[in-house]
Design a protein around this ligand. Structure first.
Ligand SMILES: [Zn+2]
Length: 261
């Protein structure tokens, strides 16, 4: 189904809040010095479990969803730390083995769930599966990433439920990157969403001929516990969100009057 959908015009991204590494690290019990890469990605075990459960629930058809969390500017550096703490499955999406379309109903569910469970978080990326095809970003995926997840730190996660492989890609170019898993954190306090209702439809396609980029290995899981309520989970950033293209993708951004086919 490729109906026209509305997509609320979002506020431009706000400047990223500063992050104190020691506080962030302690909250997740992540070891090591501050990251030095341009972008450092952290994905909670809760989000990983949700993505893997979603992926394995559908070994024969693609599924996907959004990643919520926060992005920070590491204090005194140019490094962006992105923390994907929550994954929200798009349960009503319409998937085939090589194609995934997020219907308007799927997005309605995603954003309702986001308002309920992750209202204080931003959309930092998206995820989807490639059953039996491996972990890479297809041409369509790259288009989606560039068009709708254009921030340097926007994260695209791809999972193959057959092999169990998982990979992460960053920025408008969809560059393969490593990420650091950390154990679940305490639920964030509930605050009203600054975004309001969002809805859209999207579709994902999977040209089978796109070669897979080399992937950096992900690091082993690091133990962690809860984040303290007073930790610097400030607010900030962007609001973007998702959507994707496909063999056929139609996406309209209401307010901008942008339509893709
Ligand atoms: Zn894909």
């Amino acid at each position: 189904m490729s109906r026209m959908v509305s997509w609320q015009d979002l506020d431009p991204p706000e400047p990223l809040a500063d992050l104190r590494w020691e506080e962030f690290r302690r909250g997740r019990q992540v070891d090591g010095p501050p990251p030095t890469a341009p972008v450092a990605a952290f994905v909670s075990q809760t989000a990983l479990d949700a993505m893997r459960d979603h992926a394995t629930s559908s070994p024969g058809a693609e599924v996907g969803g959004i990643l919520c969390g926060q992005a920070y500017r590491l204090e005194g550096t140019a490094c962006v730390v992105v923390d994907a703490s929550t994954a929200i499955p798009a349960l009503a999406a319409d998937g085939t083995p090589v194609h995934l379309q997020f219907t308007a109903e799927a997005w309605d569910h995603v954003f309702a769930e986001r308002s309920r469970a992750a209202a204080d978080l931003e959309i930092v990326g998206w995820y989807h599966t490639h059953p039996g095809l491996g972990v890479f970003l297809s041409r369509t995926d790259r288009h989606t990433q560039a068009a709708f997840f254009g921030q340097e730190w926007n994260l695209a996660v791809v999972l193959d439920p057959h092999s169990g492989d998982i990979g992460a890609f960053f920025g408008p170019e969809g560059v393969a990157t490593a990420f650091i898993p950390y154990a679940a954190i305490a639920p964030a306090p509930q605050t009203p969403s600054p975004l309001g209702p969002l809805s859209t439809a999207l579709a994902l396609g999977q040209p089978a001929s796109v070669p897979a980029p080399a992937l950096e290995p992900t690091r082993p899981a690091l133990g962690a516990r809860g984040i303290r309520p007073g930790s610097p989970l400030a607010r900030m950033l962007l609001t973007a969100a998702g959507l994707f293209a496909a063999g056929v993708v139609i996406l309209a951004i209401e307010g901008r009057g942008r339509t893709q086919a």
